[in-house]
Design a protein around this ligand. Structure first.
Ligand code: SAM
Length: 248
C-alpha cells in the first residue's frame, strides 16, 4: 500500500524532522488518527517529497522524523504550464474554478477585477482573500495527489494582467469572437511551453479589456455558439488543453 502523502510548506522542515501544526496537524492526528511509529510522506511547495515516521504528538503539533527526501523531479509529461487568468466572478464560483482547474493541472491563477465583475476586492481584503484562495488550491492539490500547489495571485484590472503576461501562447476566450475557434487556434500551434487563458466574468468582457489583451498578444478565440458560464469556460479549456497536450 502506498504511503499517505500530505502537502506542507518547507518552512516546517528543520534538521531531519518536520513539525506540523494547524490544518495538516488536524488532518493527520484528529481526522486520520495517525500516531507515533506510523510512516507517511510530506510533499512541499517546491515539489520535493520527504518520507518519515511520526515520533511525537502533542495537543497542537505532530513531529515527524525524516528518513529520506527526494528533490522535485521534472514532469515527464512536458505539458505546457497553463495559467488561468480569470476575472473575479460573483459569490463562491471562484472556489469551484480554483478547485476544478487545480485538479485538471492548471499551473497558476491570476485573478483580476474585470470591468463587469460584480464582486470586488478592496485593498484591505486582498491578503485574507489570497490566503483563502491559496488554501483552496492547496487542498485541491492534496486531494488529487499533486506535489506542486498552484499559486493564486491578484491583479487589480485587465490591463495589469494583460501587460504582465509573458507566456508563449496567449488566448482570450471572447464570447463575441466570430472568426477564430479554439480548435483552429490550437491546431495552428506546436505544443507551447506556457499558455495563459483570459476568461471574463458573468457579464463578459468590456471592449476596452479585449483591446488591452489583444495589444498584449492575446488571440481572441470562440468556444462556439453556446455561451458558457464563466466557471464552465475555465474548466472546459483546461480539459481541452490537457487532452491535446498532456496524457489525459
Ligand atoms: N454576458 C456575456 C454574454 O451574454 O455574451 C457572457 C459572458 S460568459 C458567461 C463569461 C465568460 O466566459 C466570457 O467572458 C468568456 O471569457 C467565456 N465564454 C463563455 N462562453 C464563451 C464562448 N462561447 N466563446 C468564448 N468565450 C466564452
Amino acid at each position: 500500500m502506498s504511503l499517505r502523502r500530505f502537502m506542507i510548506n518547507s518552512s516546517c522542515l528543520c534538521d531531519g524532522y518536520a513539525v506540523l501544526e494547524g490544518e495538516v496537524f488536524n488532518h493527520i492526528v484528529r481526522v486520520l488518527r495517525l500516531g507515533p511509529g506510523e510512516s507517511l510522506q510530506l510533499a512541499d511547495e517546491k515539489g520535493a517529497v520527504h518520507s518519515g515516521v511520526i515520533d511525537q504528538v502533542t495537543k497542537k503539533s505532530v513531529r515527524i522524523t525524516l528518513l529520506s527526501s527526494q528533490a522535485a523531479v521534472e514532469s515527464h509529461s512536458a505539458a505546457p504550464r497553463i495559467t488561468i487568468c480569470q476575472a473575479l466572478p460573483k459569490g463562491d464560483r471562484i472556489d469551484l474554478i480554483l478547485q476544478k482547474c487545480t485538479e485538471l493541472g492548471a499551473h497558476d491563477f491570476w485573478l483580476f477585477g474585470g470591468r463587469r465583475s460584480v464582486a470586488k476586492v478592496r485593498e484591505e481584503q486582498q491578503t485574507a482573500k489570497l490566503d483563502r484562495w491559496n488554501r483552496i488550491t492547496s487542498e485541491a492539490a492534496r486531494q488529487c495527489g499533486r506535489n506542486d500547489i498552484p499559486q493564486v495571485s491578484w491583479r487589480p484590472n485587465a490591463l495589469d494582467a494583460a501587460s504582465a503576461a509573458g507566456q508563449q501562447l496567449r488566448l482570450i476566450l471572447w464570447e463575441d469572437e466570430r472568426e477564430k475557434s479554439l480548435k483552429q487556434t490550437l491546431s495552428a500551434h506546436e505544443k507551447p511551453a506556457s499558455v495563459i487563458v483570459a476568461i471574463g466574468p458573468e457579464g463578459g468582457f468590456d471592449p476596452l479589456e479585449v483591446k488591452h489583451f489583444s495589444q498584449n498578444g492575446f488571440q481572441p478565440v470562440s468556444l462556439g455558439s453556446r455561451i458558457l458560464r464563466t466557471e464552465t469556460a475555465g474548466i472546459a479549456i483546461m480539459a481541452v488543453m490537457q487532452y491535446i497536450w498532456d496524457g489525459m
